[in-house]
Design a protein around this ligand. Structure first.
Ligand code: SF4
Length: 286
C-alpha cells in the first residue's frame, strides 16, 4: 500500500481544498482530543504508532513527486508527543527537502518549531490548530496536546522564522469556544494572515467522550444537534443557519483584521475569502 495518497480521493462535495497529496508519519495520535473524528474509523487510535516502513517507503515515493502540495497529516498529528524522542517526522522532512513538492504541516504541537530549519529549506506552510485561547478549556478537550498558550507562542515563533502560518479554529463548539473574537485579535497582532474555521460534528464515539467530560455543555448541545441539526454523510451537524451565524462572526472579525478566511466542510464555501485550507499562502512571496 502506498504511503503518499491523494487527499480526499472521493471528491466530497463538502471539501473545497485544492488537489493535494497526503501522508501520515504515524497511525493514531496521543493528543487524545475528545472530539477527534479519526477515532471512529482507525482502530486503537489513541495508541499512537509509527507507520510501518515509513522511511524507506517515503524515500521511494518522494522521488516521484512533481511539484504537488503534500499535506502532513490529515488523519493524525505529525507531531505526537513521542515525536520528540523518535524524530520520524523530522526524518521525513529531511527526505522531502530533496524532493519536488510543497509541504503543508497540520499540527497542534509546539514541536514543529524544532523543524523550522528544514521547513525553511523548501516551500512550506504550517496550519496550526488553536481551538481556544483558554488553557483550561483546551486541557479538557485536548488533554495531551500542548496548551493554548504554548500554541500561540508557536505561531509567534513560526512567523518570526518566516514560516508561512495559518490557524485552524476547529472545532467550534457552541457554549464552549464559540466566541473567538479575542483569539482572532491576538492572531492578528502576531501577524497571522489566514484562519480556517469549522464547527463540531457528532460521531457516536466523540459525543460519548464529550458528554462524559462536559455534561452541562452537552445537555445544552443536545437539542441543537439531535432536534434541529442535520445528518450529513455519517456526521450530525448543527443546523445550517447556526453554522452560518458562527462562521459569520469569525469571518467578520477576520475581515476587520485583514485576515483571510475559509470554512472547512461546512457547506458554506461561499463565505471563503481565500483557499479554505490556507494553502494559498504557498503562492505568496516569502
Ligand atoms: S491532534 Fe488531531 S488527530 Fe490527534 S487526537 Fe487531536 S484531533 Fe485527533
Amino acid at each position: 500500500m502506498a504511503l503518499i495518497t491523494p487527499f480526499d480521493p472521493w471528491h466530497s462535495k463538502l471539501c473545497t481544498c485544492p488537489p493535494k497529496l497526503t501522508f501520515n508519519p504515524y497511525t493514531g495520535c496521543d493528543h487524545k482530543c475528545l472530539y477527534c473524528y479519526a477515532t471512529s474509523y482507525i482502530p486503537k487510535f489513541y495508541t499512537c504508532r509509527p507507520k510501518k516502513d515509513l522511511i524507506p517507503k517515503l524515500k521511494k515515493e518522494a522521488a516521484k513527486l512533481n511539484g504537488e502540495i503534500l499535506s502532513i497529516a490529515n488523519s493524525s498529528d505529525p507531531y505526537p508527543n513521542q515525536e520528540a524522542e523518535k524524530g520520524l517526522t523530522r526524518k521525513c522532512l529531511e527526505i522531502l527537502t530533496q524532493s519536488n513538492c510543497k509541504v503543508q504541516i497540520i499540527t497542534k504541537s509546539n514541536l514543529v518549531t524544532r523543524d523550522t530549519d528544514l521547513l525553511k529549506k523548501m516551500r512550506s506552510t504550517v496550519s496550526l490548530t488553536i481551538t481556544t485561547d483558554n488553557d483550561e478549556t483546551a486541557k479538557i478537550i485536548e488533554p495531551h496536546a500542548p496548551s493554548s498558550t504554548a500554541r500561540l507562542k508557536t505561531a509567534e515563533s513560526l512567523i518570526a522564522h518566516g514560516i508561512l502560518t495559518s490557524i485552524r479554529i476547529d472545532p467550534i463548539i457552541p457554549f464552549l469556544n464559540d466566541n473567538p473574537q479575542q483569539l482572532i485579535k491576538t492572531l492578528a497582532t502576531i501577524g497571522i494572515k489566514h484562519i480556517t474555521a469549522s464547527t463540531y460534528k457528532i460521531k457516536p464515539d466523540n459525543w460519548q467522550r464529550l458528554t462524559k467530560a462536559l455534561p452541562k455543555t452537552t445537555e445544552k448541545l443536545k437539542p441543537l444537534y439531535f432536534e434541529k441539526g442535520e445528518k450529513i454523510s455519517r456526521y450530525i451537524y448543527l443546523p445550517k443557519d447556526l453554522r452560518f451565524k458562527l462562521m459569520k462572526t469569525i469571518r467578520t472579525t477576520a475581515d476587520n483584521h485583514g485576515i483571510k478566511f475559509g470554512t472547512c466542510r461546512e457547506d458554506l464555501s461561499h463565505m471563503n475569502t481565500a483557499t479554505c485550507d490556507g494553502s494559498w499562502l504557498l503562492s505568496t512571496p516569502t
